[in-house]
Design a protein around this ligand. Structure first.
Ligand SMILES: [Fe+2]
Length: 271
């Protein structure tokens, strides 16, 4: 074996590199006719094994990316299904038709204006779409007109809808962040919101954005208790209560969005 020691040393080095995960074609240099036996045969076998291993790795990579794509599709479909449930909910209440989609759109625009990255903008949009999903658990009574003052049981149900929404979505692990936002979308900066009376920084920024979009859409659409206000009036109320009810930065960002989009472009103006 003494006369083969150089090739043997080379072979062992290449095998050590392969074992460490560094695949290369170096092994092929030992498969030529000039290589003494049995090193040549071992090198040929190693070369063949590497080709097979690489083919398997390639196949595995393809499977992983296919799985990632399917996973993304499942998530998307699940959000769409839950959103369809939310829309079915709106069918019970003629006053809030299209509300979830408008809130989602407005909230996403505010988030983009506040320089959120694309993924976080989509998080806000999804939360906007699903923010009132908890009303599925409420009785039809909350959608009826009870005059200027709602009966206590109706108030109780309304105050509970963020928690119910959180319970519904908590079963979907990948919506964890959305759930956190939905539970807090009726909290206020001054701690007078519901359900947990959280203060300013305790409320996720995404939920503060949803609150502005939700408040604006509620003010600018007809409701049992009010006629739709104009965009200017609604914006005035948002600015007046910025810092107490709504987050100042979110209101300011929304004002910039409206200014850019042109306030007159909105067909919901009634006044
Ligand atoms: Fe709500």
């Amino acid at each position: 074996m003494h006369e083969n020691s150089q090739e043997l040393h080379q072979l062992l080095e290449i095998i050590a590199r392969i074992a460490a995960g560094n695949y290369s074609n170096d092994i092929m240099a030992l498969t030529t006719d000039g290589t003494p036996e049995p090193i040549k045969t071992i090198a040929e076998a190693m070369g063949l094994m590497m080709v097979k291993v690489e083919a398997r790795e390639f196949h595995l990579e393809q499977l992983v990316s296919e799985l990632q794509r399917l996973n993304e599709q499942i998530r998307h479909n699940t959000v769409q299904t839950v959103a369809a449930m939310a829309q079915a909910l709106e069918a019970r209440d003629t006053y809030t038709r299209g509300h979830a989609e408008r809130v989602a759109g407005i909230a996403a625009e505010i988030a983009a204006e506040m320089n959120f990255d694309a993924e976080r903008v989509e998080l806000v949009r999804t939360a906007g779409l699903l923010h009132d999903i908890g009303k599925i658990g409420c009785s039809d009574r909350i959608f009826q007109d009870h005059g200027p003052k709602n009966p206590p049981d109706v108030v109780k149900e309304i105050l509970n809808h963020p928690v119910v929404g959180g319970d519904i979505l908590s079963r979907l692990d990948f919506l964890n962040e959305v759930t956190r936002i939905i539970v807090t979308h009726h909290e206020r900066m001054d701690g007078k919101g519901y359900p947990h009376r959280l203060g300013a920084e305790q409320i996720p920024l995404e939920a503060r954005i949803i609150a502005v979009a939700d408040g604006f859409d509620a003010m600018t659409t007809d409701r049992p208790y009010q006629r739709a206000r104009s965009i200017e009036v609604a914006m005035g109320i948002l600015k007046e209560d910025a810092g107490s009810h709504w987050d100042c930065d979110c209101v300011a960002a929304f004002e910039r969005v409206l200014a850019r989009n042109g306030q007159g472009a909105d067909s919901r103006i009634v006044e």
